[in-house]
Write a protein that binds this ligand. Structure first.
Ligand code: KIV
Ligand code: NA
Length: 274
């Protein structure tokens, strides 16, 4: 039997082999991710990737629970982490605990992720003291797109000290790991050296303790836009477009279905091949 990865295992991997992480939002993709990855993140990116929303702002607790349950069913080894959606934790630590506990209880995932540095430290400490392992997320925090003014690099020049302070604050509050999103590579390296918990980079260079990508981005399934940090390992979107075009052409030409896909009116004699 495979032992599932737990938050304490992730924390203990600091300085060891790089942590491999991808998002997953459905059971079949979770099954594909599971044998290869340490963490399967049910990211609120699902709002844009699966539901056509313009940002992650409109993602709800119900959406996270619905997809979280599907992903947990598809995993045996990799650890599921569920993103806390915008509006479910910022009001205060009690609200954050209530919603984190609901995400864990209703999905079975052993950890949640939330966005924010120094201003979320008190909440992270409150959650971890009460049995909620927290993955933090600093640098570019997409739920703050409307105050940040876009999806720009965070932490160049004068901003670097603040991002370092954010990373230290979430570690000191008890986070078991921290995502660094769209942070300059030198700064991400210095943060990784300074912290005792693993850093997981997305657009943060090769010096982080682990990497994460949105699975639909790296598979070429989500092509509305492509950030510079995404490497496409496959072009499944193009393959699907070709497959659907072939199907449409065959239906119109009445070459699909063929006899082998249909059911004869009279069953073949027993012993004969069906
Ligand atoms: O929502 C998401 O997919 C994320 C990762 C990209 C870190 O937060
Ligand atoms: Na997210």
């Amino acid at each position: 039997p495979v032992r599932p990865v737990l938050p304490a295992d992730i924390k203990a991997r600091k300085g060891a082999a790089p942590l491999v992480c991808l998002t997953a939002y459905t059971t079949p993709v979770a099954r594909l991710v599971d044998p290869h990855c340490d963490i399967a993140l049910v990211g609120d990116s699902l709002g844009m990737v699966l539901h056509g929303l313009p940002s992650t702002i409109g993602v709800t607790m119900e959406m996270m629970i619905f997809h979280g349950r599907a992903v947990v069913r598809g995993l045996q080894k990799a650890m599921p982490v569920i993103d806390m959606p915008f509006g479910s934790y910022e009001e205060g630590r009690e609200q954050a605990f209530r919603n984190a506990a609901r995400l864990m209880a209703e999905t079975g995932a052993p950890a949640v992720k939330l966005e924010g540095g120094q201003h979320m430290a008190e909440t992270i400490a409150f959650l971890t003291a009460r049995g909620v392992p927290v993955m933090a997320h600093v640098g570019l925090t997409p739920q703050a797109v409307n105050t940040l003014g876009g999806y720009k690099v965070v932490g160049r020049e004068a901003e670097a000290d603040r991002v370092m302070a954010d990373a230290r604050a979430v570690q000191d509050a008890g986070a078991f790991s921290v995502v660094l999103e769209k942070v300059p590579e030198g700064l991400a390296g210095r943060i990784t050296q300074a912290l005792d918990i693993p850093t997981i980079g997305i657009g943060a260079g090769v010096k982080c303790d682990g990497q994460i990508l949105v699975v639909d981005d790296m598979l070429g399934l989500f092509t509305e836009f492509r950030p510079k940090f995404v490497k496409r390992y496959a072009n499944l979107g193009q393959m699907a477009d070709q497959a659907i075009a072939d199907y449409a052409a065959e239906v119109r030409a009445r070459t699909f279905p063929a006899a082998e896909h249909a059911f004869p009116d009279v069953l073949p004699a027993k012993g004969a091949k069906s």
